[in-house]
Design a protein around this ligand. Structure first.
Ligand SMILES: [Zn+2]
Ligand SMILES: [Zn+2]
Length: 699
């Protein structure tokens, strides 16, 4: 079998230098203009040194040359670069002299090699890869032409450049086998870094996009080396398309010379601007989407399509649907960005359907990522500066919220997030950026990401007589970033149990029947269509309704002089976002009264389910968030702590009722309340009677 390059060499039909020169001088695009002559002029006026070529143009001009470029990129690019220098010499001799090396960069190869398929068969060839940039090292300097000092007894000391011709290929510099000046291989060779020619050099890691990773598998990644102008041209979290040459280097872990790692030396890198274009919507899709939106029941059908195997929880499914569509981001007159993303938190007893809801949400969201609070990698939820164990170098790695930029991060067990994320997640959720400054790396990454999160109650079960802040291991500052918070309780109720049992049995008996209302692939397209094109505006009617609700809530709280502010501007912004998302769900461009009502209803559900002050019966956002009620709740919390204290102090591992009452009384808590608390803790399954009159906590 003869390879293409062998065939081309045999026939000697390609003088690459001449062909390339001719291509740049004579190629005309569809409008008849000399595309690359113009680009060269532009390059000179802008003081640049790279000429970017569309692969398809080269192919149209001479398909053999284009194919040779794929097969032998080192040779072809070298010759092409010299041809460009020659052309610039004609146009602007002074400029040509001032530039060491011109680059020819190739964009848009006809085929993308999936990261999973990259094998040694591509070695030395030009490939195009797509993925997310997950990691970058600081910029370093690499030697492209080394200067050595050679000293021998016979000839004394003298300097020479290495390699004698051209520049170093790859990133390994070895001692020259012999001196090109005196021809001797003995004596001492000393590298002179200050006199060597250096270029900027950076290592990055490209990873498969989350939506490409087969279910249940880890994403694959590959190292890419950026040099010269390409350095720092993309940031972690960017979705990029890279054209480069496949190379090998000794495997850094095994240190065995026979084991090699593939890496890419980038020739060209493009950052994808249109973040939602990844979900391809055809003309037929658009027709189906438009038809679906005309259905007066479209919202109900969308909500019913979210995790259809899970019974009930309509409010939570509606909240998830609204988060998937999102509100409209805005910039105020003084330049403050107001997010359009709707963040939703579900706090629930173990065994409830939280994880399934989250996984489903990530599946139908454009750029959806499902992760846990701990994060899938060392970068966690936001970003981290990490030290590579084998090379010792520091690098910046993007976490889940940065990788899901422009999409949705479904975070399970958010209460288990790393301490670093607890600090950084505020900025990510409100300003939608992640800033990091550590070990000489300073960066600000985009995280325009919707957060749909779930957490477990701190005490194993949700305690109704405690505040939300008490119930979940998250600071108030993070809780207040969520637009909606729901509590998912697993409380016995014969009626509900029967319905649930029937539903579960039905799901197992007949999976056909619970097919979602709308097929997930169509729903995903519908959602990205809405996110891409629909920007609904508030009608005066809807504004009035939201305003009235807000003012009324503020008034109610101000009537109680010792009460805190019941509702804040945060909830007002949330209401607007929710109403906008509700309009987007039906692809409508106006936010109507109906949309405002839906937003208010969900907000009330959230406030009532989590923030009702037991004694006053009043909705109290401050109680929800700060967890500082001045009343019965505080005492109940204290009683729980007393039980915990006594249990750990006692030898039998339980707290005696009399002891609890004694300690409680010393703190001004009445005995009748202790009895009531114990009844309620037992009912909630928090404590049990270990031996007669002695209580222990269920663990
Ligand atoms: Zn020539
Ligand atoms: Zn020598």
């Amino acid at each position: 079998m003869t390879t293409l390059s062998a065939e081309l060499e045999q026939e000697q039909i390609v003088d690459v230098h001449e062909k390339f020169y001719e291509f740049v001088r004579s190629f005309r695009d569809r409008n008849g203009s000399y595309k690359y002559r113009e680009r060269i002029k532009q390059m000179i006026t802008m003081g640049q040194k790279s000429l970017i070529i569309d692969y398809n143009d080269l192919y149209l001009f001479d398909n053999r040359l284009a194919r040779l470029l794929i097969e032998k990129p080192d040779e072809v690019l070298q010759q092409a670069s010299e041809a460009v220098k020659e052309i610039v010499l004609h146009e602007a001799p002074d400029y040509a002299e001032s530039i060491d090396r011109f680059y020819v960069r190739i964009r848009a190869l006809p085929r993308v090699v999936p990261l999973r398929r990259l094998r040694s068969e591509y070695l030395g060839k030009l490939v195009m890869l797509e993925g997310i940039l997950v990691r970058t090292t600081p910029v370093k300097e690499k030697i492209v032409k080394a200067r050595f000092m050679h000293c021998t007894r016979e000839h004394g000391c003298h300097k020479f450049d290495w390699p004698p011709e051209g520049e170093l290929v790859g990133d390994i510099l070895e001692r020259p086998p012999a001196c090109p000046v005196c021809g001797s291989s003995s004596g001492t060779f000393r590298l002179l870094p200050e006199e060597s020619k250096l270029i900027d050099w950076q290592r990055i890691v490209l990873q498969e996009r989350p939506e490409e990773v087969p279910p249940g598998q880890l994403p694959r990644s590959i190292e890419v080396v950026l040099q010269d102008e390409l350095v720092d041209s993309a940031r972690p979290g960017d979705r990029v398309s890279i054209v480069g040459i496949v190379r090998v280097r000794p495997d850094s872990i095994s240190k065995k010379r026979a084991v090699y790692d593939l890496y890419i030396e980038a020739n060209h890198i493009e950052v994808s601007q249109k973040i939602l274009e990844e979900v391809v919507i055809t003309r037929e899709d658009e027709e189906r989407i438009r038809a679906l939106a005309k259905d007066p029941w479209v919202r109900k059908r969308i909500i019913a399509s979210i995790a259809p195997a899970i019974y009930g929880h309509w409010d939570i499914k509606e909240a998830i649907a609204l988060a998937l569509f999102g509100g409209v981001p805005k910039v105020t007159e003084d330049g403050v960005r107001i997010r359009g993303d709707i963040h939703v938190l579900i706090v629930g007893d173990p065994g409830t359907a939280k994880s399934q809801l989250l996984q489903y949400a990530a599946r139908i969201a454009p750029r959806g990522i499902y992760t846990t609070g701990k994060g899938a990698t060392a970068a966690g939820l936001t970003a981290a500066v990490i030290r590579d164990k084998t090379t010792g170098e520091y690098y910046l790695e993007a976490g889940a919220l940065v990788l899901a930029d422009g999409g949705v991060a479904a975070i399970d067990e958010i209460d288990k997030m790393r301490d670093e994320d607890r600090v950084a997640i505020h900025e990510a959720m409100e300003q939608q950026t992640v800033s990091i400054a550590k070990a000489g790396i300073v960066a600000k990454l985009n995280a325009r990401t919707t957060v749909i999160a779930a957490g477990n109650p701190k005490f194993g079960r949700y305690l109704t007589n405690r505040t939300l802040a008490d119930n979940i291991n998250l600071p108030v500052t993070i809780l207040s970033r969520f637009d909606l918070i729901f509590i998912l309780k697993d409380r016995p109720s014969p009626e509900e149990d029967r319905k649930l049992a029937r539903h579960v049995l039905e799901v197992h008996r007949e999976t056909e029947r619970i097919k979602p209302e709308i097929d997930p692939s169509l729903l995903k397209k519908y959602i990205s269509y809405a996110r891409r094109y629909i920007r609904p505006r508030l009608t005066p009617e809807a504004s009035k309704l939201i305003e009235d609700f807000y003012v009324e809530m503020r008034r109610m709280s101000s009537e109680n002089p010792e009460g805190p502010i019941a509702i804040t501007a945060r909830q007002l912004e949330a209401l607007i976002r929710l109403a906008e998302a509700h309009a987007k769900m039906a692809l409508r461009t106006e936010v109507t009264r109906e949309d405002a009502e839906a937003a208010i209803r969900l907000m009330k559900t959230f406030l009532e389910s989590s923030g009702m002050d037991i004694e006053s019966g009043r909705i109290d956002i401050d109680v929800i968030m700060t967890g500082k009620p001045r009343s019965k709740q505080e005492k109940l919390t204290r009683i729980m702590e007393i039980i915990e204290e006594l249990e750990s102090e006692s030898e039998e591992g339980c707290a005696r009722l009399r002891e609890i009452q004694k300690r409680a009384a010393s703190e001004g808590i009445e005995s009748s309340l202790v009895e009531e608390a114990i009844r309620s803790f037992r009912r909630d399954g928090i404590i049990y009677e270990k031996s007669l009159g002695c209580y222990a906590i269920v663990r």
